[in-house]
Design a protein around this ligand. Sequence first.
Ligand code: G6P
Length: 613
Amino acid sequence: MCGIVAYIGNKEAFPILIKGLHRLEYRGYDSAGVALLNQGAMNVYKCKGKVSELEKFIEGKDIHGTIGIAHTRWATHGEPNDINAHPHYSESRNLVMIHNGIIENYSAIKQELKKRGHHFESDTDTEVLIHLIEEVQIKDNLKLGDAVRQALNEVVGAYAIVILCKTNPDELIVAKKGSPLVIGIGKDEFYVASDATPIVEYTKDVVYLEDEEIAIIPRKGELKIKTIKNKPKTPSVSQLEIDLETIEKGGFEHFMLKEIYEQPRSVRDCMRGRLNINTGTVQLGGIADYEQKFLNAKRIIFLACGTSWHAGLVGEYLFEDLCRIPVEVEYASEFRYRNPVIYEDDVVIAISQSGETADTLAAIELAKSKGATIIGVCNVVGSSIARATHAGSYTHAGPEIGVASTKAFTAQVTVLTLMALRIGYRKGTIPSSRFHQLLNELDAIPKKIEAMLAKNEQIRYIADIYKDATNALYLGRGFTFPVASEGALKLKEISYIHAEGYPAAEMKHGPIALIDEEMPVFVIATRGANYEKVVSNIQEVKARKGKLIAIITEGDEIVKELADYSIEIPPTDEILAPLLAVIPLQLLSYHIAVMRGCNVDQPRNLAKSVTVE
Ligand code: G6P
């Protein structure tokens, strides 16, 4: 987590850095800071709170300089306060550094450095690392780049760092392991950031630094990259595909609302070139070379966290139903530390919007080391997970900025549906008529999502009624159980109302005890194999006087009668219902959070890209 941005060139650095920090604020917003070099003076400004607090703090101060570094923090070591904010100084104050990641052995290094007379101001691991770098530099009389290299050989953990040296205004040193870092190349200028969003406005030419690489970035001249083992590397320049418009709010009040409304387009983009109704085919170029692995697989394992994990749950239902392959859905954080049984004929599907989630990445490495085939389903092109997998299919949902994931979820489910259809068809586990019927239904989904979005006013009305709830229960069965879990996650993460997602029938083994006339129960009761069963579960809620809000299939008068409020979704095949049923739940959480005065795009304590374990 944390966002880092840096600039060296001919322009004033400050406006570029601040704008970049705003774009990266989704990565953390506990504190923000900036360091600028101006005519031999190093000006460091930092404070607790969001980037806007930093802007206020800086008013009237010297913000000039054509080289600078900036940081927005998601706290790991040390509480979010002014002192723990980045940048951090070295002992002599000649160096300052920003850091995204965790130095796991910082405590032992800190003790050693203290013995050697170092003084620390903060509780952070970052400060320890920059002290270590300077210690190595002075002790062995090294150039800064070499000192960084040597110091990084001593640390355990993850880092994306940028270092600014007071006595060298013509150079930035950056390095990376486990946390993302991209370098933008302009004309006689360079940009550095945690992702491409602060850079895209200025240049499309970028270099993604690899793990354990260091870059020496000069004010003029060529970018030099080497590994921390001192092996020179040739920078590999790629072209950014995102544009500025897609990362701005486009007239919506919040990114989350914009992203909810983008779903007809993002789902369509995700299917483009893959689903062909005219020829009745599904093709996924990214995994074409690995289809045999799927066909031979004895098991599929999904690895993910958060919302992506819920997409994996939908994947479980899809692959078991359409491909008849047994599936496990694993929290990456549990899997990686559990000594799991992994076979060479397992196909592991790692799902991640950001492609940077540390637990997912580590779980992938573990599965890879045991010989499994790793397939990625990522949104961010060129991200660490996308690069760590053998093959994969991008979701093509476009940049997702709101911390609560929406369009990435529907795109993930769309990709998994396409994959399961393709593999099931190749395996012969889907009858031809059903295959073609599903292709047509899937093709119609974007239009049906539009129809769901047209119900926004009705959903806002319902949100107003339940906005003061303290607890909420979400129920679903079969394909809609993962959607119930996702609906509950959306509500709790942005409105801070406690919510649980449960399989509807499992309610009677616990949550039913919570139901009273105060408790809203959101039930997904769309038509499908379990419909009658869900109606029985609804009766159980009604009998306890629970408030019932049902997501139903258009024209269902039975559940409409029973529910306090109902929201209709267009008819579709039950395996595709998650793509429609999730939309009203996203909108409900959004409106409830807005009505409660919560910060929808940047909910407290959360971050979009979780690069710490
Ligand atoms: C964080 C985000 C969630 C996301 C999860 C997994 O918790 O707030 O929205 O679902 O990380 O992230 P990933 O990028 O791997 O999908």
